[in-house]
Design a protein around this ligand. Structure first.
Ligand code: NAP
Length: 305
């Protein structure tokens, strides 16, 4: 099936282009980007021009930052194209609900992807936790924003999510591995004096079974980077490290098999299109929205790249 990529930036080049190239399901048939392109693939700077030139491209994958995403998504659904969204699926929950309704009405597949859910340790962690009594969950997601988002000013603009841009990946795993849904009960958000989004956040969640569930996100971490979820249960403990890529149970490493997060996402998209189905789970974004609603705000030192 033919697919187009919109927004040829960091994640498109790092992950989407190689995943499509290796996929038995997809052929990259066009790109839309003001500055970026992919060698050997027809490149457009205007979405409307690409759509007019390629009625045979049935599916489009959006790799834009969250704020400009809705405009493109709406045009694509109106043009009858199936749509795959990078995380987060939109800048607001209402935008995402609107897209879901439009896609259903137009009869196209909409896939709100969460790449971290495809990390190799996540499905085995969910299976191991199933039926166990959860006592404590500790999420630690600490990385250096200068290393992972060099010069990406949009992450500190309204709608750019700040530290929730990586933090929502942790929340996408949390909401996948816990059988019982949690809800946010408190948060502290640290905003640099010169920025619109937080650079660090501490979150607490209420769990129906009374487990202590907390998350610490920080973008000021230099040196070792930490993307970890530790779960204590009444019958053993589990640790997901490296963003869900590694799993240990009771201190023993389990070697989960996996072909990579993005190849799995593109395989799932192919299944959805063939089945005429959609997959839109907004739980991770809901927790972020709740943190912005309920969080206590502190101002911290200015941040510059
Ligand atoms: P990026 O490189 O800053 O942006 C992607 C591309 O989107 C840009 O190259 C730009 O292309 C286009 N773009 C940016 N602002 C735009 C605007 N206002 N209007 C229209 N187009 C615009 O960002 P990224 O790191 O690839 O992230 C994109 C999405 O992928 C985000 O939602 C992010 O959370 C997600 N993601 C990123 C990573 C990562 O490691 N970076 C990992 C997983 C997921 P043109 O200027 O050429 O149009």
């Amino acid at each position: 099936m033919k697919i187009a990529l919109v927004g040829i930036g960091k994640i498109a080049q790092d992950q989407h282009v190689p995943a499509i190239a290796a996929s038995p399901d997809w052929e990259l048939a066009a790109t839309v980007s003001r500055a970026g392109s992919v060698e050997g693939v027809p490149a457009y700077t205007s979405l409307a021009d690409m759509l007019a030139a390629h009625p045979d491209i049935g599916t489009v994958s959006l790799c834009l930052p969250p704020v400009p995403r809705f405009f493109y998504a709406r045009e694509l659904i109106a043009a009858g194209r199936h749509l795959m969204l990078e995380k987060p699926p939109g800048a607001t929950l209402s935008e995402c609900h609107a897209l879901e309704a439009m896609a259903a009405e137009a009869g196209v597949s909409l896939f709100a992807t969460w790449h971290s859910r495809e990390a190799a340790g996540v499905a085995p962690a969910r299976d191991w936790l199933s039926g166990r009594e959860i006592r404590r969950v500790t999420v630690t997601w600490k990385e250096d924003v200068r290393r992972w988002h060099p010069g990406q000013e949009w992450v500190f603009e309204p709608g750019g999510l700040g530290v929730f841009d990586p933090g929502i990946n942790a929340l996408s795993i949390l909401t996948e591995i816990l059988a019982q849904p949690v809800h946010l009960s408190g948060a502290e958000l640290l905003f640099p004096q010169n920025r619109q989004t937080p650079i660090a956040a501490d979150l607490r969640f209420a769990h129906p079974g009374g487990a202590e569930v907390s998350a610490a996100f920080d973008w000021r971490q230099t040196g070792p980077q930490t993307w970890e979820i530790a779960v204590e249960t009444a019958s053993g403990a589990l640790r997901l490290t490296e963003g869900g890529g590694k799993l240990s149970v009771n201190g023993e490493d389990i070697a989960p098999e996996g072909e990579g997060e993005y190849p799995r996402l593109y395989a799932r998209m192919a299944e959805l299109v063939r089945a005429g189905a959609s997959n839109v789970d907004l739980a991770p974004l809901r927790h972020v929205a709740d943190a912005f609603l309920l969080g206590r705000r502190e101002t911290v030192a200015p941040f510059d790249f």
